[in-house]
Write a protein that binds this ligand. Structure first.
Ligand SMILES: [Mg+2]
Length: 394
């Protein structure tokens, strides 16, 4: 069978939402006070933009095949990522067969080992990998979920991440995950305020709705343990990313410390099969939460999820909209999905990567039929109204 090769790869940047969902205006809940590892410095506490959470911006990678078909992927990497694609990775991408995703991934990963392994380089490799899967789907006229083995269920069900779990319940979601607001530097007073807020939300949503806390790497084992033990009274379903991602030992200890039945979840800032092997073998968590735009793309997520399956663990990908949905519907150990509430007040459902993508499906009443994903590739288009910049060429 003839398969086109890649004629050209192009790397663009774009500002304001998109894959860099932290790149938002000042009045957005995602930039309000949220506990962070920088919270120990009072001047960096009020907004995450203060310490540069939005510096990167979105990277868009386009791969154009010799027959003119174009696939694209998006991730958080901005100009730095564009430089890596154009100046380093292009040599592996161009000329490769559009179906050779495994070989391309291996070349990109091994060629960047001396400065890569995790972080922005893996974001960039993920972006290229998503573009390749999008292209392959378009060339074969199939949705990516079909390329991955086909759906194992007819619909996806969602929990909502945002500041208003009470509104998420009314919108039909399974549960609501709130950002933790106060970190250890705010002492006992902050701890009490966190718990008072959880109590208020439990009261508002009733007893049969999941409530979770996302701690965005901000705590230590002692604080997280006390918080989890006291949160048992309010039936907290899981405590997420309580510790810095490198503290595997702390996660293992925290998991032993939390009340029976409460989950310890993490992994959105982890990358590759080797990073997740650490989390799984050290028994750091109950659920792993790789971000397909950061962990190495679809090609690597398949390996990560097989490893999790063998350990009896769920894979619930972090955010990432259609790029996650096409994977989630094909895995038995991925029974529900995250939906990030990107409306500034978390009071309505808007597409997660808005305004960058067109045709991006959103849940209705907390659910989405798999038929909404039945378009070639990832089934989304770049919004021509979003101005793309190409800072480097090769
Ligand atoms: Mg999180």
């Amino acid at each position: 069978m003839s398969m086109p090769t890649i004629r050209e790869v192009r790397a663009y940047t774009v500002r304001g939402g998109g894959a860099d969902y932290h790149d938002q205006g000042e009045d957005h809940w995602i930039d309000g006070q949220i506990a962070t590892p920088m919270g120990k410095y009072p001047e960096y506490r009020p907004h995450r933009r203060n310490f540069g959470l939005n510096v990167l911006g979105t990277l868009v990678v386009e791969v154009e095949a010799t027959d003119g078909t174009v696939g694209f992927g998006v991730t958080t990497a901005g100009e730095l990522g564009a430089w890596i694609v154009e100046n380093h990775l292009a040599r592996f991408i161009e000329g490769t067969r559009a179906s050779d995703v495994e070989k391309l991934w291996d070349q990109m990963f091994n060629a960047t080992l001396f400065y890569g392994r995790k972080g922005i380089v893996l974001n960039v490799i993920s972006g290229v990998d998503l573009a390749m899967w999008d292209l392959l789907g378009k060339l074969r006229d199939e949705p990516v979920h079909q390329l991955l083995g086909g759906p194992v269920r007819d619909e996806l069900s969602f929990y909502a991440t945002g500041a208003r779990p009470d509104l998420a319940r009314d919108m039909g979601f399974l549960g609501g995950k709130m950002p933790l607001v106060h970190g250890p530097a705010e002492g006992d007073d902050g701890m009490e305020r966190n718990l008072a807020h959880l109590a208020k939300m439990r009261e508002a949503v009733g007893s049969d709705f999941w409530l979770m806390w996302d701690c965005w790497m901000s705590l230590d084992v002692s604080y997280a343990t006390r918080l989890a033990q006291r949160a048992r009274e309010f039936d907290l379903k899981w405590i997420e990313e309580a510790l810095p991602p490198d503290d595997y030992w702390g996660y293992a200890e925290l998991r032993r410390n939390v009340p029976t039945g409460m989950w310890v979840n993490t992994g959105e800032h982890e990358a590759t099969r080797w990073g997740f092997r650490m989390l799984l073998e050290m028994e750091c968590c109950d659920v792993i939460q790789p971000d397909v735009g950061w962990c190495g793309g679809i090609t690597e997520l398949l390996k990560i999820s097989a490893l999790a399956d063998a350990h009896g663990r769920y894979v619930i990908p972090h955010g990432s909209s259609v790029y996650s949905y096409h994977f989630v519907v094909t895995r038995h150990n991925s029974p529900f999905s995250e939906f990030l509430m990107m409306a500034p007040k978390a009071d309505r459902v808007v597409p997660m990567f808005s305004p960058l993508l067109l045709d991006e499906p959103v849940p209705e009443n907390g659910r989405m039929s798999v038929s909404q994903l039945d378009r070639p590739g990832f089934g989304v288009r770049l919004n021509p109204d979003c101005e793309l910049a190409r800072p480097f060429t090769h």
